[in-house]
Design a protein around this ligand. Sequence first.
Ligand code: SF4
Length: 289
Amino acid sequence: MIPPDLVEEVVVNILRTAVTTLPSDVVSELQKAEAEESDEIARTQISTILENVRRAGEIAVPMCQDTGIPLFFVSGGCISEIEDAIKRGVVRATEEVPLRPNVVHPLTRRNAGNNLGIEMPHVNYSPGPRDYVDITVMPKGAGSENMSALRMLVPSEGIRGVKSFVLDTVVSAGSRPCPPTIVGVGIGGSSDIAMTLAKKALLRPLNVRNPHAELQALEEELLAAINQTGIGPMGLGGKTTSLGVRIDMAHCHTASLPVAVNLQCWAARKASARIFLDGRVTYSTEGFW
Ligand code: SF4
């Protein structure tokens, strides 16, 4: 069994890393966009983002004032013990990093001040190998999360309907999700499965190809179309509206075609740890692929 104190410590570490360090695949895409942008205002926006990320890393402070809500993805291990340790780690990280206490009751808006609440931190669990546990945190800011969208398409709308819904969502979001974004898309399953797929799709690094050839082609086509909208970095124009499109899918009912979009702002923060039964820990900002 992995000691709960170790899990708690790891949670504090990955939360600190996630809010202060942008994964290298995202930094690389931002640098590439900076080099390729012909629009001066767009290039200045990207340069400012990169400078902000560099300074945040140097002095170990959050790269954005909105440190998000604590979303965790866990595979392997014993979930009940891990969940308790994650909660304690979130409380500590809120004080020690510090993180902005963003978690409130949905109706009264009461804030406990420690980022805990019903279903918060939220843990997505999937069974995995028994000799280690992987814990990934994705602190999700509200600006981009508020632009999430779900549509239950009629199956006859098919791939054209999917493309048009994704593009409409990005265009109507405009500057609000703090572009350049990463666009997570979930296709199939049911309404809730599609939303989860859209969020989980954001975990795949920008330099890892989709294992399904048809989804890989769709990602490339949608990215090209999104970057022709002219929204640009922070909505001020330019050709870098998104750094990538990430799509996951699930089989669905013959009478359904759910499609979900989850937008991720430029602050595409995540950090992972693999904890082995013997107490060894490996950290990564790109996850374990
Ligand atoms: S959407 Fe992202 S970059 Fe914009 S304020 Fe929220 S966390 Fe920060």
